[in-house]
Write a protein that binds this ligand. Structure first.
Ligand SMILES: NC(=O)c1ccc[n+]([C@@H]2O[C@H](COP(=O)([O-])OP(=O)(O)OC[C@H]3O[C@@H](n4cnc5c(N)ncnc54)[C@H](OP(=O)(O)O)[C@@H]3O)[C@@H](O)[C@H]2O)c1
Length: 315
């Protein structure tokens, strides 16, 4: 089969397909014929920096998510040809991931899915919608009566969160730091240009999804009403940790702060997501799609950060 194999730091222009053996299914693991995968920041970080860390297995096939069909079910109870999605749990980091024609994956991280979405749209869902769903419902306990602020709305995760919250019936306020991108937030009720200081300029926010991250988190907390919740899920602003964190001064009285990490997907949540997508006729925002033979261009697009929506590779 063809696959991307990483051994060390690899800029996009050096990404290439190699010919390797198709892995064999074994107890607890299933072989998936990959039909597509979405691309993620964590894969860019792996390829450009993290690959040298001791805890990353090498050589490694990257890719933290995919969609496809069961090629060998082994002892899993799945059926050959069954449509599945897989994500996280060490995929593309501690065991080979999705940038390949076949992937050998732990059965507990492979989820049978019923969907009418095309392979391309389906490939845009697993990691992005699982993260949006977990942030909105596990993190923010989102209800139709909420007014949701999505800070950093012009990313794949932002578009998914806006879609889900609107379908639920919420009022949604979404931000971008670029004037020219305001029209991309048409799915929200209000599109706001983010100057870095929004407190006092947005009103009624009961829940906030922070995708810019630590860079704007203090201001987002100040934008949120007493009793409201802020979920920090993204770090588009490029700052990853708070130094000198003083919770007494940092978090306004009566506002709650939480986070979400997508490492523990479950069949229950995947079923909820796909039935919600189906029921509400949602279509994921695919910003660009590539054939597997063009994986180098797909990696360059990820590194370039100019695509609006999910980057998808069809295998
Ligand atoms: N917690 C988790 O488990 C989890 C899971 C998945 C993703 N994430 C994180 O969630 C964030 C979004 O991921 P994604 O895959 O949806 O990203 P994406 O679609 O690749 O987002 C890229 C877009 O973000 C915008 N952006 C970049 N810097 C920005 C900034 N400082 N402020 C506002 N917008 C900015 C860029 O548009 P501009 O042209 O506007 O700059 C760019 O078009 C990332 O930080 C990612 O690491 C977290």
């Amino acid at each position: 089969m063809k696959a991307v194999i990483l051994n060390g730091v690899t800029p996009a222009e050096q990404v290439a397909l190699s010919e390797v053996e198709i892995p064999k299914a074994k107890p607890g693991w299933v072989l998936v014929r990959v039909r597509g995968f979405g691309m993620n920041h964590s894969e860019q970080i792996l390829r450009l920096h993290e690959i040298d860390a001791d805890y990353i297995r090498k050589p490694i096939i990257p890719g933290i998510e995919c969609v496809g069909e069961i090629a060998d079910a082994f002892d899993s109870g799945f059926g050959v040809g069954q449509k599945v999605a897989a994500l996280m749990g060490g995929m593309g980091r501690s065991f080979d991931g999705s940038y390949a024609e076949y992937a050998l994956l732990p059965a507990r991280h492979v989820f049978p899915v019923r969907t009418e979405l095309s392979w391309k749209e389906f490939a845009a869902v697993p990691e992005t919608y699982f993260t949006a769903w977990g942030s909105l419902f596990e993190g923010l306990n989102l209800k139709p009566s909420d007014a949701l602020l999505v800070r950093g709305g012009t990313c794949a995760l932002g578009y998914a969160a806006i879609q889900i919250a609107k379908a639920l019936g919420c009022r949604v306020i979404a931000t971008t730091h670029r004037q020219e991108k305001l029209p991309l937030l048409a799915g929200a009720d209000e599109a706001v240009l983010d100057s870095g200081e929004l407190a006092g300029t947005v009103s009624g926010v009961t829940k906030a999804l922070e995708l810019v991250g630590v860079k704007t988190l203090a201001d987002t907390l100040r934008c949120t009403e007493k009793g409201g919740i802020v979920c920090n899920t993204g770090n588009l602003g490029g700052i990853y940790a708070l130094n000198g964190f003083d919770p007494i001064k940092y978090i306004p009285n009566g506002v709650y702060l939480t986070g979400f990490y997508s490492n523990r997907p479950s069949q229950k949540v995947m079923d909820e997501i796909f039935s919600f997508i189906d029921r509400n006729r949602l279509r994921p925002c695919v910003g660009a799609s590539y054939a597997f033979a063009d994986i180098r261009e797909a990696c360059a697009a990820l590194d370039g950060g100019k695509v609006n929506g999910k980057i998808v590779v069809e295998v």
